[in-house]
Design a protein around this ligand. Structure first.
Ligand code: ATP
Ligand code: MG
Length: 968
């Protein structure tokens, strides 16, 4: 940090110059705001701050003010956290034919021609907050969207490019006039993801540079650009279409890319200015909700119309619908009013009066085609027609609109006086106009407003109390104004859409097909009712082919594969980047921990002193990134927006992300050591994203077993598949095989619920498990495998194969000397024999189940099935009394074991037994109870369908009986 008073170097973060004692102030080169010395970015405009610090009262140090080329402001490297992933727009610009240009001239002469061109390129980039990474000698490489993210980084890059070309043309004309060859530039632009990081290049030099295909393609675009033009890629076009005029140059083969890529030339500004206009060009979604706000606006308009001027200030987070609300209100209420509109733009803070000029253009109906004379005529004519006494304001208006007469009559007037008279003049015109008809003045996006426009607004706000003026302004929460205490100011705070309105919007976008309900639920939750997020994500799903519109909307791919649209990503990233580096680092760590996070967990993952961490969390809370929610025994936090968490998470480099996940896993293990069962999902989640694959497999298996116990087989399979995937990364050998065996058995057991007993996938899982078992010879596991396999064959009616497997099961159980397994094996073999018609042999084996009734190790639903089948077998053999007794005993027993699945199976088998006995009433009741249990506990497939079938059957039989009775 250099003191500009005495020139001494001071360590970063110092408040006073160590040599001369002058207070050090970190003044922003862009907006002149003063910042504490230790800050890296301007708290007002977000621009990167230079290292040259101004001593209070001193002059701002002007990097490059001598007209020479220095990438001075970039030499202070932005603070990044070990590198980050970012979505940026990269721009390459160079001077065409510089080699030929320099061929015949002295290097110093060449420098004199090239350096000013480079300087104006850099100035153009800086103007739109671009970061110049490098000067390439005869060109520059700049980034937009890094180090500070900006939601409109692609537009900024294109604005800068247009300005570069314009300035270069002017410069070239001058050079040519001096007798040199013309200077022409080419610009190439591309948007996409990069990793940005700081690299030490020696001798204390640090370079902040991006890496990734995005920058390569931008450089290729530059080579593809016709001389004197700007070429952009498809990715940039998609984000800028409408804001700029783009001419397709066709698919072009570029070096290093296998497929030809589409290239577009930027020829000028397009017809669209705001995001809402762009949305309108795409087709606006039906307007939903907002009745209260519309009423408030209507009420204010009535007041204003009757001469009680009003201000309505709408505040909401980005994308919630401020502009749309004004748009809808204007559409329904503008008849009889004069409406004037002005917009602030995100790069406009540094450009004085931009929205005011906009508003005046609108008022005077000046278009971009009008030349200076025409503009003067339009403005002068309108003012004089309105009221001749306003004539004295004209020179000020002309000056503001850049159409002052020559010589300018105001050159001698003091700047402050000129400003006051300009603002006064505009105010008088507007108030005078409101005498002719009521006036609606709309100012959008005050959070980006420049100082001068703000002064006009303050002046207007002070003067409209008794005028027929309705001032409508909107802004995001970070903006503050001083009109709150005015009696004629209404503050509207817009919340995101509620569930019902969000649902209405989604129905409008997606239709009402029942299959889309899950998607709609997911969308409402993910976007939390932010209509901009809803629209953009639906659009991204369509663009990526996940949703296909063909009359109706259909989902074609799993939703997990969808990327967050660049528009939404940019909006959220720009908020995150406004945080100080340490805050951002914390937010990223929180994003890894999860959507919700108890304080204890944060403390273990984020290694900071308690007091410091508390302060930082409070700051993040204040900035509304996270909320605190009451919880017992300790405080819990949650991300306010799920999508902010996603963006923060995605910005972390995978190495750091993995390390944080491992820390989170370890923290959970320590924090909840005595009840890990309640945290298996979290442990599986974190470890499977960490470098510790061994632990990941361990917890994925446990979480799968837990899910399977709760009959959440689909979830269990997700864990198991991920476990098998991670297993591939572990060293080969006995231990890995042992783990795979456990996972394959669990898969085989869960697959029937989702794909069916006879599904080839089930066979594959058990087949692989059998292979592994044969390698180890672990009998107990082989038993589980064969037990699963025999069901596969039974359901394919390969009864002989099933029977052979069951005979093997019996002998394994005997070898193991395990009564529970013996009962299982015999029960299964008995069932097979029953299906094969060997009724006497079947009885012998099914009887084994009786022994299992009291065994704690037996599996109740298997015992229930065997006993039920024994009742069938006995009935078919003609032993009705015995059969009835077994059936009754089974029902009584199963009611006592409090295992709903065993109960459902027994009831289903019993209902079929009832049918055998022709007791339709009992069959109806038992199948009904089985179905009710199935519905309550969500038992899938076979149980419910068998019970449903039983019920239909008994219903049909009952009806047939009744009909028979009537007919006889
Ligand atoms: N009530 C609504 N019904 C339907 N669509 C809406 C509604 N509100 C907003 N939208 C849509 O959501 C998108 C974002 O809305 P809008 O541009 O008004 O947000 P904003 O609050 O002005 O955001 P920003 O702060 O970025 O300017 C627009 O495409 C708009 O049409
Ligand atoms: Mg808006």
């Amino acid at each position: 940090m250099r003191c500009t008073k005495c020139g001494a170097e001071n360590p970063a973060g110092k408040r006073f110059c160590g040599d001369c004692g002058a207070a050090l102030v970190n003044r922003c080169a862009r907006c002149s705001a003063e910042n504490p010395p230790e800050k890296r970015f301007c708290g007002d405009c977000g621009s990167a701050l230079g290292t040259d610090v101004v001593a209070e009262g001193g002059k701002q140090s002007a990097a490059g003010a001598d007209g020479g080329v220095r990438i001075a402001s970039e030499s202070q490297t932005p603070e990044t956290i070990d590198g980050e992933r970012k979505t940026v727009t990269a721009l390459f610009a160079d001077i065409k034919g510089s080699t030929e240009l320099m061929e015949d001239i002295d290097p110093e002469e060449a420098r004199a021609i090239v350096d000013p061109a480079l300087k104006l390129m850099m100035d153009a980039a800086h103007r739109y907050d671009g970061y110049v990474v490098q000067s390439t000698g005869d060109g520059i490489f700049a980034l937009f969207g890094a180090p500070m993210a900006h939601e409109d980084h692609p537009q900024r890059a294109l604005y800068a490019a247009l300005r570069m070309q314009e300035d270069l043309k002017r410069y070239s004309a001058r050079v040519v006039a001096d007798g040199s060859s013309p200077i022409q530039g080419r610009v190439g632009i591309n948007t996409g993801e990069v990793v940005v990081r700081s690299i030490e290049t020696g001798a204390g030099q640090v370079e902040y540079t991006p890496i990734g295909h995005t920058t390569n393609l931008a450089s290729r675009m530059q080579t593809a650009a016709p001389v004197g033009s700007i070429a952009v890629s498809e990715a940039t076009r998609r984000l800028c279409e409408g804001y700029f005029v783009l001419k397709p140059l066709g698919a072009t083969k570029v070096k290093g890319v296998s497929e030809p890529v589409n290239v577009y030339e930027v020829t000028g500004l397009g017809p669209l200015r705001t995001r809402l206009q762009r949305a309108a060009a795409r087709g606006l979604t039906k307007f939903v909700g907002r009745q209260r706000e519309m009423e408030a606006l209507k009420h204010a308009a009535e007041q204003a119309k009757s001469g009680h001027g009003q201000i309505v200030a709408a505040m909401a987070e980005p994308g919630v619908g401020k502009s749309r609300l004004f748009f809808e209100f204007k559409a329904t209420s503008q008849s009889g009013w004069m409406v004037l509109e002005a917009f602030s733009v995100s790069h406009g803070k540094a450009s004085a009066y931009l929205p005011v000029i906009d508003l005046l253009h609108d008022y005077f109906e000046i278009t971009s085609e009008d030349d200076e004379r025409k503009r003067r005529e339009k403005a002068g004519g309108k003012v004089l027609m309105l009221d001749r006494t306003l004539e004295d304001a004209l020179p000020h208006l002309f000056s503001l609109l850049g159409i002052a007469e020559t010589p300018d009559p105001l050159t001698q007037v003091d700047g402050q006086v000129k400003k006051r008279r300009t603002l006064e003049g505009i105010k008088r015109i507007l108030l005078r106009e409101s005498l002719n008809q009521p006036l609606m003045v709309i100012f959008e996006d005050l959070h980006w407003i420049d100082g001068e426009t703000q002064e006009l607004l303050n002046l207007l706000a002070d003067s409209i109390a008794n005028a027929r003026v309705l001032m409508m302004v909107n802004y995001r929460p970070e903006y503050h104004h001083e009109w709150n205490n005015r009696t004629y100011c209404t503050q509207l705070r817009l919340d995101p859409l509620g569930k019902e309105n969000a649902g209405e919007m989604l129905s409008e976008l997606l239709g009402d097909a029942v299959e889309l309900n899950a998607l709609k639920r997911m969308m409402t939750e993910r976007t939390q009712g932010n209509p901009f997020f809803i629209e953009e994500i639906v659009q991204a799903l369509v663009d990526e082919g996940v949703l296909v519109r063909n009359g109706t909307v259909k989902v074609t791919r799993p939703l997990s594969q969808v990327h967050l649209p660049a528009t939404v990503q940019g909006m959220l990233a720009s908020r995150i980047d406004r945080l100080a580096a340490e805050q951002k680092e914390l937010l990223q760590a929180l994003a890894v921990i999860g959507r919700e996070f108890p304080l204890g967990l944060i403390r273990r993952v984020v290694q900071r002193a308690d007091a410091e961490l508390d302060r930082m969390l409070a700051e993040l809370q204040l900035a509304e990134f996270i909320y605190e929610q009451p919880a017992f025994p300790e405080v819990e936090y949650t991300f306010k927006h799920a999508l902010t968490q996603e963006v923060a998470y995605n910005s972390i480099l995978s190495e750091r992300r993995k390390a944080l996940h491992e820390r989170a896993g370890q923290a959970i293990e320590r924090l909840y050591a005595d009840h890990l069962d309640d945290h298996l999902d979290g442990l599986a989640h974190h470890y499977s994203r960490s470098p510790n694959a061994g632990k990941a497999v361990h917890y994925l298996h446990l979480a799968a077993e837990q899910s399977a116990m709760l009959t959440a087989d689909l979830q269990a399979l997700t864990y198991l598949d991920r476990g098998l995937e991670l297993l591939q990364g572990l060293p080969e050998g006995r231990e890995r095989d042992r783990q795979e065996l456990a996972l394959q058995i669990a898969r085989g057991q869960s697959l029937p619920a989702t794909q069916g007993f006879a599904a080839p996938e089930t066979m594959r899982a058990f087949g692989r498990a059998r292979e592994l078992c044969l390698l180890f010879g672990e009998k107990a596991q082989l038993f589980s495998v064969l037990y699963g396999l025999r069901l596969f064959h039974r359901w394919r009616l390969e009864l002989q194969t099933a029977r052979q497997l069951e005979e093997q099961l019996v002998s394994i159980a005997e070898e193991l000397n395990n009564p529970a397994k013996l009962a299982q094996a015999h029960g299964s073999l008995g069932a097979e024999l029953l299906w094969m018609g060997e009724l006497l042999a079947a009885r012998e084996h099914l009887e084994w189940a009786k022994a299992a009734i009291d065994s704690a190790e037996s599996v109740p639903h298997q015992t229930a099935a065997s006993l039920s089948l024994l009742a069938w077998d006995l009935a078919i053999l003609g032993f009705f009394d015995q059969s009835m007794k077994v059936s009754q005993q089974t029902l009584v027993w199963v009611q006592g074991v409090s295992r709903p699945f065993a109960q459902a199976i027994t009831l289903q088998f019993t209902s079929e037994f009832d049918q055998l006995r022709r007791d339709e009433q009992a069959a109806w009741e038992h199948s009904g109870s089985a179905l009710a249990l199935g519905a309550e506990y969500g038992f899938p497939g076979p149980t419910s369908s068998a019970a449903g079938h039983g019920r239909t059957h008994s219903n049909l039989v009952a009806r047939a009986f009744t009909r028979d009775l009537h007919e006889n």
